[in-house]
Design a protein around this ligand. Sequence first.
Ligand SMILES: [Zn+2]
Length: 599
Amino acid sequence: MTNVRAEIPAKYKWDLTAIYADQEAFDKDYAKVKELIASFGAHQKTMCESAEGLYQTLCDAQMIERVAEKLYEYASLNSDVDTSDNRFLALKGKVINLFNDYASAAFFVEPYLIRIPEKKLEAWYASCPKLEDYRRNIDVTRRYKPHTLSDDCEKLLADLQNGLGSHSGIRSVFANADLLFGKIKGEDGKDLQLTDTTYVPLLMGNDRRVRRAAFGKLYETYSRYGNTFASLLDGFVKEKTTMAKVRNFSDSQEASVFRDEVTPVIYHNLVDTVNRNFAPLFRYYELKRKALRLSKLHLYDIYAPLVVSCDRKYEFEEAVDIVLDALNVFGKEYRDTLENGLKKQGWADVYPNTGKRGGAYSAGSYDTQPYILLNYTDTLDDVSTLAHESGHSMHTWFSKQANLPQNANYTIFVAEVASTVNELILFHKLLKESDSDAEKLYILNQLMETYKGTLYRQTMFAEFEQDIHALSEKGEPLTKDLLCNTYYDLVCRYFGKDVVCDKQIACEWMRIPHFYMNFYVYKYATCISAASSIVKKIETQGAPYVEKYLNFLRCGGSRSPLESLLVCDIDMTRPEVIEDAIADFDATVKQFEELYAKQ
Ligand SMILES: [Zn+2]
């Protein structure tokens, strides 16, 4: 396929005229939102006066957000397929300014919502039933009531925000711009500049000497600056634990998961269940050791490849049919919608072209159809990406069908469930039906890597975060030694006694930016667990369960994420959900062992 966008046939490009036929239509909506924002301030007087006043405020807020999102999608999707076109970049900038203007104009909405007395609000629901349309949004905001301070304190905190939150940025500048790792000898014996970015591909290489050299050199450098990294992480954690106290949370973990409408129970359940189930992971490492023909597996061997490659090519049309075929289990509505979207309605932008941004994503807003950006190159990974992004798009589609715009957006806690479900279903089906051992080994390897990287490794990170926040809360300064010892103990536990836990790994926490995302990574592990458990139920219970799953998709943002998952029998407080994922990982390792032995 050509790299020139204009030469790519229209059927492989998404149809953005379905959002706005032309610039004039965009301008009309833009002017409409601009006007709504300009007059929004008037609600400050009336919002808390009556049920009608509150309702009108929320309606206008919703309308502004809804149209602004549509404008944003149009500008950003157009810009992403041709980043050199300044016209759309400028449009995108205009819409971002619109969002900022709206944020300033609507500053009073949340604090006012929190302030309305409970009794008054209930009376308003009774006298003005249409206000019920916003009950979920009102509830979500009012959850923060016990954690909201006086006006003066809130003002002070808002002013202080400018000076807070700098640790992550400093770490990133220091690690990426200032830190020099020096050179190692590459596979060809020539000098090779080591950076944090070239490190991972080097560790995935076949040459053990290069892997060991990269590992040693990288951590030697990190260790030299360990006190700086420790001060930064200590400062970050202190800021979070202090803020949690200021806002009346029992600790920083509770404060952080509160955003997800989750309690620390979910977190502990994940960590405890994973800790009881290391056996399949250790078998995977043993398998790796044998396959690499090593007497001992070191930490620098972990990323060395087990399977070379799957050379089979999948043309896009074939990929669409493979994915649709796998997703047939979801019934006619799901299949027909996705098939029409991909084949007739221009949902997908398929091939790479000069100026197009890399990677893949699913986008779209309440007033647009779903859109999928791909950079399709005919590999099996690309087929699985198509299944993944289709999962996001169909989740959004089902949610939109079932909900008012203010309840359609689902939270990050469930966002990767539907996409991962699709990937797992695709892989399981291909494993069952493929007649090529090479293809099967490739898929099994991908699955093992996913479970190892997303379930076990992210839980280890989550546990580290939990430990260091608890230490800081007890008043312990997070020094280099304390952080390295805490991290090393965890690594030894997660790799078991048969892997050689090279001492240098104690510094690995220094290169993980996610520890500055404040209890975020556990969601990677809970999402894949929920997805794996759902797939098991689909495969064992069939159609009656599929209906429950589709109802989960329909929940969108109309319920809390935990309640939404309960709709399809997924109880994130129970160990069974995590155990289902571990059982699938275990089965994957077994299948790989058998097939590999045959080779
Ligand atoms: Zn995704």
